[in-house]
Design a protein around this ligand. Sequence first.
Ligand SMILES: [Ca+2]
Length: 267
Amino acid sequence: MHNVAVNKTCTLSSYFYYTHKPRNPNDNDEYATYHENNTCHAANNGNTSTNYGKGNCIFTHWGDKNPNWTVNLGQSYVISKITVYARNTTNEYTYNSDHLKRMRGVMVAIDGGSVYTFDSDVKNIQPDTDIFLSPPRSGQEIKITRQNQVDEHYNYLSFCEVQVWVCDDEYYGTNCTTQCGNCKNGDPCDKSSGECPNGCQPGWSPQQQCDRPCRTGYHGDMCNDKCGRGCATQPCPNYVGCLECDPITGDCHCRDGWGSVGKCNGE
Ligand SMILES: [Ca+2]
């Protein structure tokens, strides 16, 4: 599977900033650097470090009562999994040192449809969270919000990376581990259902996901062709599953009087 979110168009509802007089007039304003580094792309720059670092994580402003981050994938994809990397570090400025708390109640949606809400108990939140979509779901925009005021003093949205996983061609399903069947013209199958868009290669049953050869006695496109009348039913060691004829070519071993090999249909 591959991540289709990196560097795609994103938005962030607000940017953290903090203004104060430096204790020492010669000091740089440490907090101001947060603002400079804090673009929406921090959460899809491909860096999955959970350390805030320079421009690596998003951070909304405390006055933002409806904090949200979005990424537009540029086209609709069949999404198998979304991975969210939280902030998981402490630093000298944060007296509430547990950054994972900022994931409490965070909601993840695809094209407006909610697919996951982080638990309200931080003990149930991991630094990286895999959101498996079963079945995989089509969508173009991922939106992450935090609206339920789990902690009114820390209603920031602050996380470090969002990955949106799509199966490679030839695979489908929630984990992208199931291989496509034998689709016509080598087409990739539907990444959610596994169905072939234009049917199966000749010799493969249009039932299921083109992963089964024609039933006994049939061959060819859509398995519509009957094996020759002269085909021997046994033995057929060269043919898959000991079918009466080759599901693709229709060739078979002939019974006595029907030639040797070929279609064995008297031609
Ligand atoms: Ca990042």
